[in-house]
Design a protein around this ligand. Sequence first.
Ligand SMILES: Nc1nc2c(c(=O)[nH]1)N[C@H]1C(S)=C(S)[C@@H](COP(=O)(O)O)O[C@H]1N2
Ligand SMILES: [Mo]
Length: 420
Amino acid sequence: MGASRLTPPTPPTSPSFWRSPLRGPRLTALLGVVLLAGITLLFVTGLLSYAAYNPDLAGGVNDQTPDKGLLGFYLFPWPTGPYWLYRVTQGVHVTLGITLVPVLLAKLWSVIPKLFTLPPARSPGHALERLSLLLLVGGALFEFVTGILNIQLDYVFPGSFYRLHFYGAWVFIGAFVAHVVLRMPRTVRALRERTDPPSDADETGLVAPRPAPPTVSRRGALWLVGGGSLLLFATTAGQSIGGRWRRTALLAPHGGADPGSGPNGFQINKTAAHVGIRPQDTGDDWRLTVEGGGRRVRLSRAELLRMPQHRAALPIACVEGWSTDDQLWSGVRLRDLAALVGLGERPPDVLVESLQLHGAFRRAALRANQVRDGRALLALRVGGAELSADHGYPARIIVPGAPGVLNTKWVSRLTFGESS
Ligand SMILES: Nc1nc2c(c(=O)[nH]1)N[C@H]1C(S)=C(S)[C@@H](COP(=O)(O)O)O[C@H]1N2
Ligand SMILES: [Mo]
């Protein structure tokens, strides 16, 4: 009592404020190596997801990120096979991102004394380094928070989620690469040595000079972080793995929910009512307009059903990480529809428009390679039954290997050769 009144409280800017005996270069290095591997995979699968959305089609139909310029250097025509391609790449992206949350938090905790180091900058070089760390930590938090918000709440963003998450990723990865290069020697050294150095010989400044007695061993702390990650993994992965694992996806907003029974009993993203599709819009008066090559054809649903019907077993795989199991779709091939307007030889890409009046997903552009794939359908039926209103009646797009966002529902118009 008496002593504590005499000594002023230690501020967090003083190294002796931080007393956990767990902190030290070894813990930070271990967590860092896990993040290095994990974030690299997140970045790659994220870039793939962006390419899968085909943002390079002119007119900014699929994605309107302005002036991607150089950052779009790697974009390529997303293939249509294997047909479960996007289900895997995006399942990995979302599941891994969620699984890494405890590791990221532990890593930040392990270096938190550095946030308070005084003076803020000892030299211009030191100032630059701290600025890059601000981008690193801020960028990591931004990417994880925007990603998780998009999965959990969808569409809470000003403008486009894609834009924020895409630019954020590039800012973050710049700081990340610099950080990895600068810290690699220190990390390797810390992992080679069996124990942390004493605090006065510790160049990292992470070892507590006045450590408190341990309440948990370092191994125990790592088990805690790993256990947290495992728990998140186990309650998330089922939403992309599907089958009977789907029921384990307790954390996934769309995973546990019962999508209903019957032949159309699979995940619904947005219902017809939610986007303002009225029953009278999809009744007998509905017509599909097919345009291209200077021609225009209008077709009723009955006329579409009289065309050759093709079948394809394909999943819907959403950018949010969930996917359905393979559903048996049937309908008219997109390339057969292109042939109706005289573009059957080498079908070009197509702009797909929905009856839906508002919202970014009311239209989407598909590339020629997608149109040409025999499994790319204007689907009229699924699972042996009519499409339900919520799954896109009277007609919707289904394309192998592609993100769900390209599977436009309640289609009203196809314009071939307009979007590139
Ligand atoms: N017209 C329209 N089509 C749409 C959407 C939409 O909002 N409007 N959402 C897309 C997205 S993001 C996905 S994942 C799938 C979901 O299809 P489902 O609801 O049949 O599962 O539909 C796609 N087609
Ligand atoms: Mo989606």
